[in-house]
Design a protein around this ligand. Structure first.
Ligand code: NAP
Length: 521
């Protein structure tokens, strides 16, 4: 059983009351009263706070009382003597758990005080916590054992900072190799995933805040994120994991759309944002960590900037399956993990673009043969579309700002090349923007002169934020047919969903989810 604990971190009773109400409404399963946030901390103010929390809940809700030491993340530097009194009094006031720093508990005086209070009220449990706000513990397993040696009935709580996602695996292993009540996860952006899968790995508690401003530790998620986006109520030890490997990853819409589709189909699957910083070495280490731990049940990944080539190289080195055109593109955006950690690699970008084009034109891929196409841009997306269209026999001319880059791509796929200055003279049936021009926030920009847009053209903008770019608005005004970047984005996500689950995703739900996310900003 993993409880969702919500910290109440308020300067005074009034604010605490509002936070408690919000936490209960949002579905808190434990309230953690962070008494170190109170101004003018006294034993009476803590007793009042406990009473407030007890009265607010319609049914008994477990309460943790914490008076965190300033050295371990406490909000205010209250004297040790007072903090110790507070914990002992919290036991007497009937709270369910007290959280005491393990380091402090080693002092005989405090240990005796707390043990005496607990002896009078056996229902209250002791959480012995250790934090590292800078990095991993030197020996997390040793620390876990030490805590249980000093107090076998305590709930060990070990929280450390992950400076890279690869630092999280030690926490996962500790949860995997132990049982009973223990709380283990990582702080920081790189540790976020450990907070989300705490329930799958049976950590006794995971923490979430009422809102982003009320977070009491780096990387803490909000209740809304944990329950909504990351479906924490549906997670259990059998949940299969998926995720997007990227850096940065915070802006990715993939968790929202895949989780919405898993939810829609009632699937016990969860899609995570996986921040993999660094280059090939760190990427390889991450996937090696995953493959070593089949029990984590990672079944598939979306891969994006900057790891699309790293993913291809990794699968090659492991002798996995690579979709032939993905190898030609030199980048993969989808990995499927088979039994024994066997990997298959695909690129769903080119097929997504081709499907969007053929369905809008009402033709088959075979009909793309000899179709004149002008492509602006020579980056990753351009490369995937150029490879797909070349494979289908289209006649492509690439236009790019950096001439060398454009010429190189054109030569590789036997296409024509021209600099951006030539765009006003373009004669084409299909115009595709593969640059970021027109993307939010630069929505007044367009890569193509308005006068060159004709009504017999199909104009495809791969930019999907906003869904209707200035280029597409002007193309519509000229009477041209258009394809927005969302269609391509949704097609590639649908193809990934199919590879991940062997079933069709819900395209309408994906579009709605993306539009909702983009409108929230
Ligand atoms: P990339 O590899 O960084 O390539 C960017 C391309 O845009 C390059 O050709 C670059 O030209 C050009 N460019 C950027 N700013 C420019 C400017 N101010 N003036 C002229 N050219 C400029 O990026 P990518 O991965 O190919 O992504 C490109 C765009 O595709 C993204 O911005 C995104 O909106 C869109 N996208 C769509 C999907 C989808 O599914 N719909 C998926 C991924 C990306 P240089 O070579 O001269 O630098």
């Amino acid at each position: 059983m993993t409880y969702l604990a919500v910290p109440i971190a308020a300067q005074n009773l009034d604010r605490a009351r509002r936070q408690i109400k919000a936490a209960l409404e949002a579905g808190a399963e434990i309230l953690e009263l962070r008494t170190d946030y109170l101004e003018n901390l006294t034993i009476d103010s803590v007793k009042n706070l406990i009473a407030e929390a007890k009265n607010a809940a319609h049914q008994p809700l477990p309460i943790i009382v914490t008076c965190r030491d300033g050295k371990q993340g406490g909000a205010r530097a209250y004297p040790e003597q007072l903090r110790n009194e507070i914990l002992a009094e919290a036991v007497r006031a009937g709270c369910d758990f007290i959280d005491c720093e393990y380091d402090n508990f080693l002092s005989t005086e405090l240990q005796e005080k707390i043990k005496a209070a607990l002896a009078d009220r056996s229902k209250t449990r002791l959480i012995l916590s250790a934090h590292d706000f800078k990095s991993r513990f030197e020996d997390v397993n040793g620390l876990y054992q030490d805590i249980l040696t000093v107090c076998p009935t305590a709930i060990p709580k070990l929280i450390y900072t992950a400076n890279h996602i690869n630092d999280c695996f030690e926490a996962f292993d500790l949860l995997r190799n132990t049982s009973g009540e223990r709380i283990v996860f990582c702080m920081g952006a790189a540790g976020l995933v450990s907070r989300i899968i705490a329930k799958k790995l049976d950590s006794f508690v995971t923490f979430a805040s009422i809102n982003a401003e009320a977070a009491t530790a780096p990387g803490q998620l909000t209740i809304e994120q944990l329950k909504g986006l990351y479906r924490c109520d549906s997670i259990d030890s059998d949940t299969e994991l998926f995720g997007v490997i990227a850096d940065p990853v915070g802006h990715s819409l993939s968790p929202a759309i895949h989780n919405a589709c898993f939810d829609d189909k009632g699937m016990n699957k969860l899609y995570l944002p996986l921040l993999v910083e660094g280059g090939r070495t760190e990427f390889d280490e991450f996937l090696d960590n995953i493959i070593l731990r089949e029990w984590l049940s990672f079944k598939g990944f979306s891969v994006t900037i900057p790891h699309k080539q790293n993913a291809l190289d990794f699968v090659k080195a492991k002798d996995g399956f690579i979709e032939p055109l993905a190898e030609k593109i030199g980048a993969v955006n989808t990995l499927v993990v088979g039994s024994g950690g066997k990997l298959s690699a695909y690129n769903t970008d080119y097929a997504a673009a081709l499907d969007a084009i053929t369905s809008t034109m009402g033709i088959t891929r075979a009909d793309l043969k000899d179709l004149p196409v002008a492509i602006i841009g020579a980056g990753g997306v351009s490369r995937a579309i150029v490879a797909g269209l070349t494979d289908a026999g289209a006649k492509i001319k690439i236009y790019n700002r950096t001439i060398k880059r454009g010429e190189k791509l054109a030569a590789e796929f036997s296409c024509d090349f021209a600099p951006l200055d030539d765009l006003p003279n373009v004669e084409t049936k299909l115009l595709i923007n593969c640059t970021s021009i027109g993307m939010y926030p630069n929505i007044e920009a367009t890569p193509f002169p308005q006068a060159g847009l004709k009504k017999d053209m199909l104009v495809f903008d791969t930019v999907y934020n906003p869904a209707e770019t200035l280029l597409l608005k002007q193309a519509k005004q000229a009477g041209a047919k258009t394809i927005d970047g969302l269609s391509m984005f949704i097609n590639q996500a649908l193809a990934q969903f199919k590879l991940f689950t062997n079933t069709d995703g819900n395209a309408k739900l994906m579009r709605k989810t993306i539009c909702d996310c983009l409108s929230k900003g």
